[in-house]
Design a protein around this ligand. Structure first.
Ligand SMILES: NC(=O)C1=CN([C@@H]2O[C@H](COP(=O)(O)OP(=O)(O)OC[C@H]3O[C@@H](n4cnc5c(N)ncnc54)[C@H](O)[C@@H]3O)[C@@H](O)[C@H]2O)C=CC1
Ligand SMILES: O=C(O)CCC(=O)C(=O)O
Length: 390
């Protein structure tokens, strides 16, 4: 029996993945945590927690580094909500270009004028003339799951597309149309684009990516779209750029009180991933990854540990989350050798400064011996967490 704590509303089809061997709780000690945008940074993590699954892409709401040190595996759901965000970006391109936000607000304000409303509409519509997006240049910062989808569809809308992503993955590169131009630096995007959309994670390196320096390099009248995270944009610098007209519109999925007070901001209440389809995709994927990890120790789509999969058929298994330093595996297997325990299968993978090892042992080993070996491994310097799965 495992316990899962949910920190946000998770759609039922995701919860159904767990089945009757799981207890779902909203408070208390759990083996796994399932969440969306709940801010976990100030939360006390019980020692019982083995894994955290984010039903979504961004993990800036989770204390990933602290989790890694404790051997807690953090998962996200890459690509599961990318189409939802892409569609929102496409809608926003038109929303901002055609002055739809102001035009619709004005049209609604005509309620009560009676029969002259059509006349007022025709007389007033000249205030809301916009631009077409065909032939305009779109700059995409971050060509991951979302950025790549936006790039390909913007080409289909006959935009010229240029992307910047120094870390683009091979899979994404394969999915990208060859017509997407490659920027070698951000300046190339800033200096030449009519529209700029950001699709990068919020990390220290990207915080304040759009700042005074960036705005100064941009074409006057550029329209900016932020469906990634509010903190990627330096707010006070944005205010100046909006006031001076360098930025014609800022469409953001992350409104706060400061940004709401700025002119030409189009605020959207974090609806990028809010489609029934994407909520289901994310919840199911997150739940499956969490369940698989708890039951088999196999890791798929973790942001802090490597992908590690060894087929599991109910055999005895030891899993170890540890630092990526020499002789870790040697020391672990030495403990098994001391007790004459045969290793049936084994795998070790690393990701950055951490690694993860799965050791399958022959059946028939006494429980107390397994516990004693697990304790010895746990006490090795550099080991963050040990589990025995049986
Ligand atoms: N508004 C919403 O509801 C949603 C927001 N998001 C946000 O969008 C972000 C991106 O999501 P995905 O495309 O699914 O993630 P992803 O991980 O597939 O793509 C991110 C891309 O950014 C690139 N990158 C990282 N640092 C960069 C830098 N300094 N300069 C240029 N490129 C850089 C990476 O190489 C990667 O290709 C998420 O981290 C999240 O914050 C994601 C889903 C929903
Ligand atoms: O769960 C949500 O609606 C937010 C999605 C999001 O921001 C993400 O996946 O990074």
């Amino acid at each position: 029996m495992y316990t899962i704590q949910t920190l946000n509303n998770i759609v039922q089809c995701g919860l159904d993945v767990f089945g009757n061997q799981y207890e779902m709780i909203t408070e208390g000690e759990a083996d796994g945590i399932l969440l969306r945008s709940f801010p976990m940074h100030t939360m006390e993590l019980p020692a019982s927690v083995k894994a955290i699954a984010r039903a979504g892409a961004g993990v800036n709401n989770i204390p990933v580094e602290a989790c890694t040190e404790k051997g807690i595996v953090v998962f996200n759901t890459p690509g599961a909500n990318a189409n939802a965000v892409k569609e929102m970006v496409l809608a926003s391109l038109l929303l901002a270009s055609r002055n739809l936000w102001d035009g619709i607000s004005w049209a609604k304000s005509l309620y009560g004028y009676g029969d002259i409303v059509p006349e007022l509409v025709e007389a007033g519509k000249k205030e809301y003339v916009g631009n077409e997006i065909r032939g305009k240049r779109l700059g995409i910062i971050g060509l991951g799951a979302i950025g790549a989808l936006v790039a390909n569809d913007a080409l289909a809308l006959e935009m010229e597309v240029i992307g910047y992503d120094p870390y683009v993955s091979v899979e994404t590169a394969w999915r990208l149309s060859r017509q997407v131009q490659r920027a070698v630096n951000l300046e190339q995007i800033f200096a030449t684009c009519d529209y700029i959309t950001i699709h990068v994670p919020l990390v220290e390196q990207t915080r304040g990516l759009l700042n005074a320096h960036a705005f100064r390099s941009m074409k006057k009248g550029v329209r900016i779209f932020n469906f990634s995270r509010g903190e990627l944009v330096q707010e006070e610098d944005l205010r100046d750029a909006l006031e001076s007209g360098i930025v014609a519109n800022y469409v953001t999925d992350f409104p706060n009180n400061t940004v709401l007070g700025m002119k030409n901001v189009i605020p959207i209440p974090h609806l990028g991933a809010s489609t029934y389809e994407s909520e289901e995709n994310c919840a199911i994927m997150a739940a499956r990854q969490l369940k698989t990890y708890l039951e088999t120790g196999n890791i798929r789509n973790s942001v802090n540990f490597p992908n590690v999969e060894l087929p599991y058929f109910g055999q005895k298994r030891i899993t170890v989350a540890h630092k990526n330093v020499p002789n870790m595996v040697g020391q672990m297997t030495a403990f098994l050798a001391e007790h004459h325990i045969n290793i049936a299968d084994m795998i070790n993978r690393s990701k950055g400064s951490y690694a993860y090892t799965i050791i399958d042992i022959d059946n028939g080993v006494d429980a107390h011996i397994k516990e004693s070996i697990a304790t010895k491994i746990k006490n090795l310097p550099g080991v963050a967490a040990v589990r025995i799965i049986q």
